[in-house]
Write a new protein. Sequence first.
Length: 116
Amino acid sequence: MIPLAIAGASALLSGATALASSLSDTAARNAEADRETLKRKSVEFEAVYLTQMLQPMFENLEAAEPFGGGLGQDVWRSMQVQEYGKALAANGGVGLADHVARELIAAQEAHNGERR
């Protein structure tokens, strides 16, 4: 009877080890996904920042006649500057996204350490 109990305990321990390994893998994937999300959001933040910095450069530019003027030009110019900001940030920007991502990751790790 004892060998059967040992075999049962061994199987239970093996199952628990597999479950713990699976949970650990899932936690690692979730942490990696969280980091990727933080990096992506950091690039988006830099894009907004760059858009705001670029906006004054285009305020006094007027399109040549007969194509310029009106509300349409202002709306189009705003969207154009926004796309410039996104393109700059996606291609390295000014390095703001890297710093923001590092700080967010450090804050998240500190927060996760407090919860444990």
